[in-house]
Design a protein around this ligand. Structure first.
Ligand code: HEM
Length: 456
């Protein structure tokens, strides 16, 4: 069997096309070559993209043996999150971390954060300008950052919180900047560790190391406090991770805890803010859906339509481009042999627009996830990836989305600044709305017993 067909363009031109028009690039691949096709990016092995919901399961099945997800991520985000991060580990070390991290991010622990998330959202909305355009994604980032600091890191001290409110956005911006991410790995390593280069305060790499060291100091202090004096009944992730023991009765080391906190910050903050920005971007351009949702919110602040809106937003505007794995052994998918050493990737936006599973995929239609339609739609719903490496924070992310959408819409009426849809723009491996969801907030109409925007 042949390897999958693909574009004949040289790799630098493929990456240029991807950056200019991410949705169009992958769409063209599916249109020309079908549900399994090959793409090439400079300096990386060939990648087999899988574009149908049915075949996606075969990609995720490689987590059982032939494929590793950590390998690729280590190249890109290793320096940001550390070597002991769940994102970058594979095989047994990954499994040990995953078993320890999963319980604090599931079930009752997550449900117990609802009120805190609602309070954070309400406080943020109260400060929004009335009648003046602003970028909703920036506001969403403030909320999701606060959620990470309070329910994941479990920080209560007001002074530490206010220092992190300055340091973390700086760290994330510098860490995600092209200056750092696009450097060849060896040059980057040198810039991050050479004492001579680290004396040059204007270099982005030096500024990054300084911000990271300042954040690390706070995180290590927080870890030491939690070890010395556990907070009884605390449900934050750090408290639970400090108390967790593996099957040999061993706890996570300080370094492992620090790397996992950084992982949850990097994996959970911008992704959720972007997903929220898209949810509002879609709602503001689909008045029937917005009206139905606002109607439901008058009687139920976490009803079925809200759940369906969140699912449909994650489907119609997925945040992550793909869930790639490095192959240690050849696999056969969709009639093609994909050689060892290649990447194989579930192409999330293509799977979520597979017309066999999501009829008229371009339409924003939360009803797909309600009633008898739901079973089929749920099967192809992969915004959080799949297999063993399925997003560890999916429950927290969807709770945040439901609570924050509800808090916002019960407090303000939002309108779009421009009627046309915002186009997806590539930011690292995430797809953000090109204008960051430009909107205007107005005092809410009487049906919610007006709370009003701050300053109105
Ligand atoms: C809407 C928001 C989010 C989206 C769309 C998203 C999406 C994803 C995707 C696609 C993956 C890769 C899955 C795969 O390779 O099969 C992933 C992994 C991961 N996510 Fe999320 N995520 C979100 C929010 C969060 C949050 C809030 C957290 C935690 C605070 C989080 C933590 C993680 C971690 C730790 C992994 C790595 C899991 C592993 O390799 O075992 N994510 N996420």
């Amino acid at each position: 069997m042949p390897a999958p067909p693909g574009f004949r363009l040289p790799p630098p031109l493929q990456v240029a096309w991807l950056i200019k028009d991410p949705a169009g690039f992958y769409e063209a691949g599916r249109r020309r070559y079908g549900p399994v096709f090959q793409v090439r990016f400079p300096g990386l092995p060939p990648e087999a993209c899988v574009a149908s919901a049915e075949l996606a399961e075969e990609v995720f099945a490689v987590d059982g043996g032939a494929g590793r997800a950590g390998d690729i991520r280590r190249t890109f985000v290793g320096p940001l999150v550390g070597e002991e991060s769940l994102l970058c580990l594979d095989r047994e070390p990954w499994w040990r971390h995953r078993r320890l991290i999963s319980p604090p991010l599931h079930g009752r622990a997550v449900a117990s954060w609802r009120d805190t998330i609602a309070e954070i959202a309400a406080a943020e909305v109260a400060g929004w300008p009335a009648g003046t355009p602003f970028a909703l994604r920036t506001r969403m980032e403030r909320i999701t950052l606060e959620v990470i600091m309070r329910v994941v890191f479990g920080i209560r001290d007001a002074e530490r919180l206010s220092r992190l409110r300055v340091l973390l956005p700086e760290l994330i911006a510098l860490g995600g900047s092209a200056a750092l991410l696009r450097l060849p790995p060896k040059t980057r390593e040198r810039a991050l560790s050479s004492p001579a280069l680290l004396r040059m305060g204007a270099l982005p790499t030096t500024r990054y190391v300084r911000a990271r060291d300042a954040v690390d100091t706070i995180l290590y202090q927080e870890i030491a406090r939690r070890r010395a004096a556990p907070i009884p009944g605390a449900t934050d992730v750090l408290s639970q991770l400090v108390a967790a023991r593996d099957e040999h009765g061993e706890p996570l080391t300080d370094q492992e805890l620090r790397d996992e906190l950084m992982t949850l910050l990097q994996a959970g903050h911008e992704t959720t803010a972007t997903a929220l920005a898209w949810t509002f971007e879609r709602l503001l351009r689909t008045p029937e859906a917005l009206d139905t949702l606002c109607e439901e919110l008058t009687v139920d602040d976490d009803g079925p339509y809200l759940g369906a809106v969140v699912k449909e937003a994650l489907r119609a505007r997925p945040v992550i481009l793909g869930a790639p794995r490095t192959l240690d052994e050849p696999v056969r998918i969709g009639g093609y042999d994909i050689p060892a050493g290649w990447y194989v990737s579930a192409s999330i936006p293509l799977i979520l627009s597979d017309p066999d599973v999501f009829p008229e995929p371009g339409e924003f239609r939360p009803e797909r996830f309600l009633g008898e339609n739901a079973a089929g739609a749920n099967k192809g719903w992969v915004p959080f990836g799949g297999g063993r490496r399925y997003c560890a924070g999916a429950q927290l992310a969807t709770l945040e989305m439901r609570v924050i959408v509800s808090e916002v819409l019960r407090r303000v009426r939002l309108t779009a600044v421009r009627p046309g849809p915002e186009r997806p723009r590539l930011k690292n491996v995430t797809l953000v709305p090109a204008r960051l969801t430009e909107a205007v907030a107005w005092p809410v109409n009487a049906r919610f017993g007006s709370v009003g925007v701050g300053g109105v």
